[in-house]
Design a protein around this ligand. Sequence first.
Ligand SMILES: Cc1cc2nc3c(=O)[nH]c(=O)nc-3n(C[C@H](O)[C@H](O)[C@H](O)COP(=O)(O)OP(=O)(O)OC[C@H]3O[C@@H](n4cnc5c(N)ncnc54)[C@H](O)[C@@H]3O)c2cc1C
Length: 417
Amino acid sequence: MRFSGFRVLKEGLTGNKGWTPHWRDPEPKSEYDIVIIGGGGHGLSTAYYLAKEHGLTNIAVLEKGYIGGGNIGRNTTIVRANYFLQGNSEFYSHSLKLWEGLEEDLNYNVMHSQRGIINLFHSDGQRDAAARRGNMMISQGDDAILLGRDELREMLPYLNYDDLRFPLYGGLYHPRGGTARHDAVAWGYARGADQRGVDLIQNCEVTGIDIENGVVRGVQTSRGAIRAKKVAMVVAGRSGQVAAMAGMRLPIESHVLQAFVTEGLKPCIDHVVTFGMGHFYISQSDKGGLVFGGDLDFYASYAARGNLPTVESVMEAGMALMPMIGKARVLRSWGGIMDMTPDGSPIIDKTGVEGLYLNCGWNYGGFKAVPGSGNVFAHLIATGRYHENATGLRLDRFRTGRGIIDEEGKGSQHNLH
Ligand SMILES: Cc1cc2nc3c(=O)[nH]c(=O)nc-3n(C[C@H](O)[C@H](O)[C@H](O)COP(=O)(O)OP(=O)(O)OC[C@H]3O[C@@H](n4cnc5c(N)ncnc54)[C@H](O)[C@@H]3O)c2cc1C
């Protein structure tokens, strides 16, 4: 079933009876070439690119809940390529290019909106850091514009320029950044993978990983054993738990991050705005809700809900930056489990077990990585070689201390321990 304007018109005029389910609901087979654990954004996009770019279709994605129920459906939907360090910058740049062709590629409206992101800065030192970052982005082939206070005021007149505790000096504007509808991204990739023959198995929890003589043989699941030549662990916040089934201890802590949505309002915030000093970021959804979030709850947890002190500090930061939002009523809030690495950068790699692959460590920012991550991970699984845009996302950097990509990490320096 392809989507088109003509199809929408036809269905509208004939009672919407011709739409079919987006994907099948198959029973798991006893054996696959590749099993992907985790039906989040990264697992689904990996399956999609394995099928589309490498012609591998004897694949199952095993999801313990339902497609779109994890972080892929819980994030604040920010898409950007404004990284500073090599290792990250070429990877996120690659991902952003895939975003730009995604809707046509998937034949699915993921509501990708390049409305631009503005990261605020509040001192001369921060301005210098923003200028350096902008130059790195431009040299990577992406876009960046340094805004002074007057230009910022023209673009974002609603900010508090008069008595903000951290005065506004300007912002780093990334016009190609923006947002997308998060669960549509999961549905679009799921549909695309399914159409190419991938089995999406929901309500199927992986409970064990079978390994013989250092080679992966398959997985144990709540729906029986499944043999596989290759197994990919793509479970985001649950990475530590699933890797433990293969006897691995990962440099990952799982933390809660919360998000908030207000009632629908007329358009008032045209961009994504981030306020690092208050740890607050905001955009407005197409339905009109203000979508915003802040920092982690700062204790390790697998609970997909947050706590009131963080709610309070996020609201305070929002009110300090743009007092007008105090009039909006918050309708919903929720939490998601973040897979935090010590250097703040992801891991896409093989493991010490032959045929077992690892994709995790997405920290606060794995939504924008979904196309790039699936694309380069599929390349690694299919060819055994690192994709040219993902040579630095190696697991062993945490053991050797070499190649740490400390974009925003606050963890220990591994080479010193
Ligand atoms: C509040 C919040 C705001 C965020 N904002 C942004 C943002 O603005 N921009 C951005 O880029 N990123 C953002 N993120 C991060 C982003 O959402 C995540 O990094 C990304 O979604 C993680 O990858 P995923 O989609 O594959 O994860 P998930 O959707 O969580 O997928 C993992 C899946 O694995 C499944 N699973 C786990 N264990 C098993 C098992 N044993 N067997 C089978 N299946 C299993 C889970 O059920 C889950 O569905 C945010 C996250 C949160 C929580």
